[in-house]
Design a protein around this ligand. Structure first.
Ligand SMILES: [Zn+2]
Length: 288
């Protein structure tokens, strides 16, 4: 009987393709599960044998196409009797236990928590005039655009980088996809899928559902805590180093999937260098 679980990436444009090739090296080392890459607008070689190519109309930019691809995967994949795990191309497997993620889907769909709270994330989802800190503008926009009230300003919203889904997830994913399509033409909304994910979760009443353990989407952000000037001047040697976890074998803080926000693949940043070293060590031990 074929294994029913599979990982899936959705990538659009060459920058994503380079990134997914990097991510595939890790996932193939730490997992034996099937992997599918759904790709659009690719000139580069995708280093994988299971690729589904998708066309998007030219009027969509790459970013718009990419979030439609991600939120519309249920329309393109065979969901019959199969559990899928979506991964952003900046997610990197660093431990064999990554495969246990398929056992963790409960409810209609399973996501992990984001690293910020809703009010803090708000100004990154909509074009309000706020320049820092928390605001209510995303909650207001969700109510006026979709008629959904999100009463909790400090709700722990979900991160779209990793999610486990199957046939039972279709109504949820279809709504997320339609909401995301609806904001693409709305200049007040930034081109992101996280604000519409919040709206979808509250529409389906899933806001109290348990999220995936953090180890399955361990967000590592080299820019966190840097101000705008520091960000502009940052290089791998000045990125913030996240010391909250260890990739030493057997360490209880060892994550299974690292989510490198914006800065994956940059030698000189200790968090990235350690991930590469972990991959190398795993390859050496599996060759013995
Ligand atoms: Zn605001």
């Amino acid at each position: 009987m074929p294994n029913k679980n599979a990982f899936v990436y959705a990538v659009t444009g060459n920058a994503h393709i380079q990134q997914v090739n990097r991510s595939l090296r890790f996932l193939k080392q730490f997992s034996r599960q099937e992997i599918v890459v759904v790709a659009s607008r690719s000139d580069l070689q995708i280093e994988h044998d299971q690729v589904i190519l998708v066309d998007f109309p030219a009027e969509l930019d790459n970013h718009q196409a990419s979030i439609l691809l991600e939120t519309g995967l249920h329309r393109r994949l065979d969901l019959r009797g199969r559990t899928w795990c979506y991964l952003d191309s900046d997610i990197f497997a660093v431990h064999e236990d990554v495969q246990r993620i398929f056992e963790l889907k409960h409810g209609v769909v399973a996501f992990a928590a984001d690293h910020s709270r809703l009010s803090n994330f708000s100004r990154f989802a909509v074009r309000c005039a706020c320049t820092g800190g928390c605001c209510e503008h995303l909650r207001e926009a969700i109510e006026s655009k979709f008629g959904i009230v999100v009463p909790d300003a400090e709700w722990q919203h979900w991160n779209g980088g990793v999610f486990v889904f199957d046939a039972a997830s279709v109504p949820f994913l279809e709504t997320w996809h339609e909401y995301t399509r609806a904001i693409l033409g709305d200049p007040y909304w930034k081109t992101r899928d996280q604000g519409t994910l919040i709206a979808t979760v509250w529409k389906f009443g899933l806001q109290d559902q348990i999220t995936l353990p953090r180890k399955y989407n361990y967000i590592v952000d080299g820019m966190r805590g840097l101000n705008d000037d520091e960000r502009a001047a940052a290089n791998p040697f000045t990125f913030r180093v996240d010391e909250s976890y260890s990739l030493s074998e057997g360490d209880p803080s060892h994550p299974f999937l690292l989510h490198f926000i914006g800065n994956a693949g940059q030698p000189g940043w200790r968090n990235w260098d350690e991930a590469e070293a972990r991959l190398k060590a795993s390859r050496q031990s599996s060759n013995h």
